[in-house]
Design a protein around this ligand. Sequence first.
Ligand code: HEM
Length: 584
Amino acid sequence: MFVHRLAVATAIATYLLILIGGLVHGTGSSLACPDWPTCYGSLMPKMEGGVLVEHSHRLAAGTVLVMTLLLAISLARSATPVQRRLRPYGWLAVGLVIIQAVLGGVTVLLRLPTPISTAHTATSVLFFLNLLYIAVRSRPASAVAPAPRPLPARATLLALFAAVAVYFQMVLGGLVRHSGAALACTDVPLCRGAVWPDAHPTVLIHVLHRLNALVVAALVTTSSVMTFRSARERPGLRALALAAPVLVAVQIWLGIRAVLTFLDLATVEAHLGVATALLATQIIIVLRGRAEAAPGAFRVRWLRDIASLAKPRVTGLVVLTYAGGLWMAPGALERWRTIMGVVGVALLVGASNAFNMLMERDVDPLMERTRDRALPQGLVSPEAALVFATALMCGALPLLFLGGNLLTGLLGLLALVSYVGVYTPMKRRSGAALFVGAVPGAIPPLMGWTTVTGRLDAPALALFAVLFLWQIPHFLAIAVYRAADYARAGIKVLPLALSAATTRAIIVVFSVALVGATVVLEPLRVAGRGYALAAILLGLTLVGWAIAGFRRAATRAWARSLFLFSIVYLVLLFAALVIDRTVA
Ligand code: HEM
């Protein structure tokens, strides 16, 4: 019981430390002590004015550091097996508190650079979450009461999804605060009279924080309704499910008040306190709602396993198509925008892949192609996969909206939603899902184009058409030679629903349309004559290959060769484009 109580006390002390940290900024005391770790060269300076606030924060942080060390040692020496298995989390907490102290020191010494100050906020909340995890999981099981019935997996996964969204909203809030964007808009609910003003990215950080509050509110409320409904015999969980939407509503009201009162200290402080309480509520719902699984031992290989959910090679290829769009678009782009766009697309594609694997974890073990993935192999838990996917998504979208523009951000959102929300579930119901899945596949080059131009014009749409049309023969070819695999997993693909002749006819029609779309790039002045000639020759070969499917002897071997040729075709087509534009 001692270890559990110590963990609870350390979590509470950390909550208070976060509040004192908020006061440091709110009272403008961040640089009251110009040196670090001492203040004016002393461990105990004269406690008045800003020094009182800033040095109290340091003393509180020192106390939390000692408590965390004690907790880590107690976990390591605990006689209870569950507590001993929490050892890695104890040492993780020590690591995080040290990183946090160093970030705090660096931010003072470098005079509060925005990225470091925001990282300080982000790490403080992670550290708090880690302690909360230890506090909940270190509670000894009751000897008399039966273990409570866990919530359905869907309810805890949704609560976890909402929790990660709250976490990123807090990080975004930290960015608003530390980048000086808090009063970038003083009107509410619009910002400078618009939903998305044509303004500097600093203003847009503020706008994103406001708009995302609505997404967070919707997620928390939906999760609470589901938790409340499924936690019939668990009054504690039901109380938390009722508290969460109330906290969100209060939080939004405090945010609006912070703007309207020009950052009244009590309001801003309450905004930080309620945000942290809301996150704690969501996380406790997840931890108490799940079956009391003993924490698994941490393996370094796990990092590789979880990264594999993002399908790094596929992601790399998609980023290349985005870079292609960037490169082809007329006009120049600042380097920081290019970097933000490329990283944003990489994270977005990684998130889409990870969500897709999470949603297909039940059918993946049934297919030869997918049975070795990390989720069906049990190497990564669904919860970890969900946190990973959501974190990638939450990192990607601000980068695309801020580094690109509104149009690029919305296209990114459309790609994610159409892939994860429409295509992935539709795959089990209809072979026509292929045509939906081709939309997110074709959006990245379009995003590259719009990042530079900010417009959806004819060349951009032609580029989209090329990638969209190419995917149809490409994927139908895989579906033909993997049909048995898909049938086993219950995934509906067109070759299983249509006759062989119809499938082959679709392949030919889309190959012909593809050739048309590739040639159109020349009159649209995306590329010159040399490219057009190459596009026609490659296109004729592809169409010929597709027509060969009508031969009586055409079998799976033909489908496989068409699939492989479609890849070679795309590589050569883009090579022709690059050479043509470089020579011109
Ligand atoms: C679920 C909703 C929200 C959450 C979880 C949230 C969370 C946060 C957090 C954690 C901070 C950083 C505080 C700090 O570093 O001390 C912050 C800052 C801020 N938030 Fe929110 N927020 C939400 C909604 C809103 C809304 C709707 C508005 C305005 C309409 C708003 C306006 C602000 C402002 C102006 C700041 C900067 C305060 C300062 O500079 O001191 N927030 N938010």
